[in-house]
Design a binder for this molecule. Structure first.
Ligand SMILES: NC(=O)c1ccc[n+]([C@@H]2O[C@H](COP(=O)([O-])OP(=O)(O)OC[C@H]3O[C@@H](n4cnc5c(N)ncnc54)[C@H](O)[C@@H]3O)[C@@H](O)[C@H]2O)c1
Length: 265
């Protein structure tokens, strides 16, 4: 039988989708596959632009949510269930914590970084899984993270430390939910061309006294495939984990990084 994503009319929630980056790219691909999609973001204006852009592609709705606020996350899940009637695939994409080296981070930075990168994915997983269990949905949860949780990157100490918890979340929840038919996986994305990269490159250019273009070229030299991923390239792997194409995969953290990771295991 030819392989298809089976996502026609699937009910999909994607967070961090209002900035034209990884979440937006994922939401577009789900729409192209015929899914019914709720896109969410902290930035209401950005979300409106994405909704305008996506309306011709299919059924898409927007819900504003700050992933560091419990009330917002509760509202996002209940609104999505009200609009779509349930959730088949949940894709977690968050914003980025403050950049900087370890010794520049203070107590409040760890509190904020931890709330965004550790508490928020765990709480969203809890609320979404609760809905799937209640309705008997054999759903899929996909958590984007970063290749930096396998090989820490200089100058993003908060991310290197706090994001590692997503690995534990995926492994723990996958085992708990597999007997109920719910799969939980993650993505270790490498460099993806988005506004986040412009921010990182501009920070590096100031620190090193080089141009932004040079900072980007220096990163691309380190990638065996020679270029950063497009959001479309990353979205294809998110579709794989967020659909029945990966039906026997759970608890996996899939590197999608153009070969940049060197470590084994
Ligand atoms: N782009 C890369 O190369 C890369 C590589 C590894 C990891 N990442 C990580 O992947 C995630 C997405 O990256 P991106 O490049 O798409 O970033 P982006 O900045 O382009 O998009 C992030 C989106 O999240 C939203 N957001 C920020 N804080 C939020 C909050 N508290 N609640 C809800 N939404 C919020 C922003 O408004 C934005 O629309 C980030 O956590 C980033 O650190 C990115």
């Amino acid at each position: 039988m030819p392989m298809t994503s089976g996502l026609k009319n699937a009910r999909v929630l994607v967070t961090g989708a209002g900035g034209g980056g990884i979440g937006t790219g994922a939401a577009r691909k789900f729409l192209e596959e015929g899914a019914r999609v709720v896109v969410s973001d902290l930035n209401a204006k950005g979300l409106d632009s994405v909704l305008d852009l996506f309306k011709p592609l299919g059924e898409v709705h927007g819900v504003v949510c700050d992933l560091t606020q419990r009330k917002d996350m509760d509202n996002l899940v209940s609104e999505t269930v009200r609009i779509l009637g349930g959730i088949d695939t949940f894709v977690y994409v968050a914003g980025s914590p403050k950049p900087g080296i370890f010794m520049e981070q203070d107590y409040e930075d760890w509190e904020n970084g931890g709330r965004l990168l550790m508490v928020s994915p765990a709480y969203m997983a809890r609320r979404v899984a609760e809905q799937m269990l209640k309705s008997g949905t054999k759903g899929r949860l996909v958590f984007t993270s970063s290749f930096a949780i396998r090989e820490p990157i200089a100058n993003i100490a908060l991310s290197n430390v706090a994001r590692v918890s997503i690995y534990g979340l995926v492994r723990t929840l996958a085992r708990e939910l597999a007997p109920k038919g719910i799969r939980v996986n993650g993505i270790l994305q490498g460099y993806v061309k988005t506004a986040r990269i412009d921010q990182v490159a501009s920070d590096t250019s100031k620190r090193k006294g080089i141009t932004v273009e040079q900072a980007i070229a220096d990163i691309e030299k380190e990638i065996p495939m020679g270029h950063m991923a497009t959001t479309e390239e990353l979205a294809r792997s998110i579709i794989f984990l967020g659909s029945e194409m990966s039906e026997y995969v759970t608890g996996a953290m899939l590197p999608v990084d153009g070969g940049i990771l060197r470590s084994i295991g």
